[in-house]
Design a protein around this ligand. Structure first.
Ligand SMILES: NC(=O)C1=CN([C@@H]2O[C@H](COP(=O)(O)OP(=O)(O)OC[C@H]3O[C@@H](n4cnc5c(N)ncnc54)[C@H](O)[C@@H]3O)[C@@H](O)[C@H]2O)[C@@H](O)CC1
Ligand SMILES: Nc1ncnc2c1ncn2[C@@H]1O[C@H](COP(=O)(O)OP(=O)(O)O)[C@@H](O)[C@H]1O
Ligand SMILES: [Mg+2]
Length: 294
């Protein structure tokens, strides 16, 4: 179906770092992710944000999950938040700590492995409505918003949403078949709810749109149909926003680099053996290749 938008094919680049660079110039990413049994999702977001150039990354998770997340990667910081009886972030008990952590952050990456609860639904609504820091919302951030997707229209700062077709179906009420039959049109219509909203509709040929512009990603491969591949993308886009890229540009470069990292990973692991950590490992070469072109 044809949609009335400007089609973008050029991929923006990050630019070369000045010789006197310091980590304070490249953004502090706060990751709110992980829940009982899903520490890995939080670790993948944190690691991919670091591999995408973030100056500092902190991963905040429920108190039983944070020490596990800390064992995956020494280069990010972790923070244990109050948890409920199901091992999920307890909100509003976590609000004071979250306020302090958010004050230090340039961008939030919220959702992978969080789980769903009434408290988490309250937390995500609070983030959308009250928090002024740009954010990437994925997975359970979106599932917890599914009862009130209209709130995204009120976003007063850039928000990037990164649903797969299943999550987009919960947000929009359309079936997965309806979405897949008109991926561009559905993504553009949703993005037009707010001038601050960027939609990344994942899957083969991921669609990125802010409602005015549209990019369809050519990189990536079926080896990426593996748990955690999307968690990696969340960290990549957040890191690029933290480095000062506008949300749409960060989403376009992030999606492209993530797919390229998956293509690099396929050279080593093949499509069958590829796991999400291999995509994280491919990011360094992907950004080097894109930097050489840019
Ligand atoms: N290591 C970990 O801790 C992991 C945790 N994860 C978390 O697990 C929770 C559940 O997320 P899931 O995404 O697994 O489950 P969901 O139930 O949200 O989505 C899976 C379903 O969505 C549909 N779908 C997804 N992509 C599609 C596509 N390209 N085309 C058509 N249909 C598509 C399919 O029906 C699929 O069965 C989230 O919190 C997520 O972040 C996952 O990210 C996997 C890894
Ligand atoms: N066949 C494919 N071709 C290209 N990219 C793919 C393919 N399958 C999955 N991907 C990419 O992998 C990621 C999967 O994300 P998601 O479904 O959220 O996984 P998870 O929640 O397990 O991390 C998305 O970025 C998607 O575009
Ligand atoms: Mg996902």
């Amino acid at each position: 179906m044809s949609v009335d938008v400007e089609r973008i094919s050029a991929v923006p680049s990050l630019g070369k770092r000045p010789a006197d660079s310091h980590k304070g110039m490249f953004g502090h990413v706060l990751v709110l992710a992980g829940g009982r049994g899903m520490a890995g999702a939080a670790g993948l977001v944190g690691a991919s944000a670091l591999r995408s150039g973030a100056g500092l990354v902190r991963v905040a998770s429920p108190s039983e999950v944070a020490p596990v997340v800390a064992t995956f990667e020494p280069s990010y910081m972790t923070y244990p938040l109050p948890q409920d009886g199901d091992g999920l972030i307890d909100f509003p008990a976590s609000a004071p700590a979250l306020n302090r952590l958010i004050d230090q952050a340039d961008v939030l990456a919220v959702g992978p492995g969080l789980g769903q609860s009434s408290g988490l639904a309250q937390m995500v609504r609070w983030i959308v409505q009250e928090v002024g820091v740009p954010a990437v919302l994925d997975a359970d951030a979106l599932n917890n918003l599914a009862e009130a997707p209209g709130l995204l229209a009120t976003a007063s700062r850039p928000i990037v949403v990164t649903p797969h077709p299943g999550e987009f179906s919960r947000l929009t009420g359309d079936s997965i078949a309806q979405i897949q039959a008109d991926r561009e049109g559905k993504a553009v219509a949703f993005a037009r709810r707010s001038k601050n909203l960027v939609v990344v509709l994942k899957g083969t040929g991921t669609v990125v749109t802010d409602g005015r512009r549209l990019f369809v990603n050519p990189t990536g491969n079926p080896g990426m149909a593996t748990g955690g591949a999307g968690d990696v993308l969340t960290g990549v886009i957040a890191a690029l926003m933290g480095q000062g890229m506008p949300a749409f540009e960060a989403a376009v470069l992030g999606v492209h680099a993530h797919g390229l990292a998956g293509d690099i990973a396929r050279q080593h692991s093949g499509e069958v053996g590829l796991i999400a950590g291999d995509i994280v490992d491919g990011l360094a070469d992907a950004f080097e290749a894109l930097g050489a072109l840019g």
